[in-house]
Design a binder for this molecule. Structure first.
Ligand code: AMP
Length: 315
């Protein structure tokens, strides 16, 4: 099965929800992505950590078969993020970001990883994403994420990354912000006009939408959950399931992309069931499969109806 390369943050997060608060939990876009994608394929992480980073957390990723040799160790503090959620458990309000060693880091993709066929550029400075794209050699599929901060401060560079990626995976608010419009449909058209084959618009508990350059549209709700403990990392887990599924099938036609979106939503559902990567760690390929089938049943409408086939049954 083809390998996946992810470049992104490895972090210690502090997370506050209306119900609970946790400190110093393993986070970072690359952590969430790699744990989700490791349910599908071999994953290689390129990232940076400081000397406060626990070996046990590197081993935690390693135990899942994730290649952690591309993680650089530098003296200084690891990236730290503090975010808060309201009762909707949806969009995080960033209370503090401490870049630490992540701030000055310029990733150097190890030579052996430059041929990875699947590449995920997690949320990071867009100039760094471009730098990574200059280092890899002809990947089959490049997917990228970004965030509001870069769209506001480095819009032209974000546009460059979008131009060079095959798949753009951003949330609803980011799509609106990037295209400076209320309409997601219009934002999708404008983003796809830059060149990517597909755009995924993540909508939290409302699921995800897929827009294709050739006009195709697909839309799924999220997997219905009663218990959401921590929404952090849902988007990166989504990307892990999405890219993971495509890496297994090796296909990128519309049906496969639709299935990949459902896999993404399923991985996101596991991520939000626990703090940190706990929820994702509890997921198994069988559990992924069961939720995939359940979600497919929710989206399906069955065969076309036959007009006048019979009376509506009484109660
Ligand atoms: P998500 O909830 O999918 O948007 O991802 C949340 C993760 O992204 C958290 O674990 C954070 O550590 C990480 N994160 C937050 N802000 C940044 C940033 N500016 N750059 C890179 N990673 C970030």
């Amino acid at each position: 099965v083809p390998d996946i390369l992810v470049v992104g943050s490895l972090a210690y997060d502090e997370v506050q929800t209306p119900f609970e608060r946790r400190k110093d939990v393993l986070g970072g876009a690359a952590s969430y992505f790699s744990v989700a994608a490791s349910l599908y394929s071999k994953v290689h992480v390129v990232g940076v950590v400081g000397d406060d980073f626990q070996d046990s957390d590197i081993q935690r990723l390693g135990r899942r078969g994730i290649d952690t040799t591309g993680i650089e160790h530098r003296s200084g503090r690891s990236f730290r993020w503090f975010g808060r959620y309201d009762y909707d458990m949806s969009t995080a309000e960033t209370l503090n970001t401490d870049l630490g060693v992540f701030g000055e880091w310029r990733p150097e993709v190890p030579d052996a990883l430059r041929d990875a066929p699947f590449v995920f550029l997690a949320n990071i400075h867009p100039e760094i994403q471009l730098d990574v794209l200059r280092q890899v050699r002809a990947p089959t599929l490049v997917a990228m994420d970004s965030m509001n901060y870069w769209m506001e401060h480095s819009r032209a560079a974000v546009a460059e990354v979008i131009k060079k990626a095959h798949v753009v995976s951003i949330n609803e608010a980011e799509a609106r912000q990037f295209a400076q419009t209320f309409s997601i449909i219009r934002a999708a058209r404008e983003i796809l006009a830059l060149g990517p084959m597909a755009l995924v618009v993540k909508r939290g508990e409302h699921g995800a939408m897929l827009f294709l350059r050739d006009g195709g549209i697909f839309w799924t709700p999220a997997y219905p959950l009663e218990k959401v403990q921590d929404p952090t990392g849902a988007g990166d887990a989504f990307a892990g399931g999405f890219v993971g599924h495509l890496s297994v099938t090796g296909r990128c036609d519309e049906d496969e992309l639709r299935r990949a979106v459902v896999h993404g939503v399923v991985c996101g559902s596991f991520a939000v069931e626990g703090f940190s990567i706990d929820g994702l760690e509890a997921a198994t390929p069988d559990a992924i499969d069961a939720r995939y089938r359940a979600l497919r049943a929710i989206v399906a409408v069955g065969a076309d109806s036959v007009a006048g086939a019979g009376p509506i049954p009484g109660r």
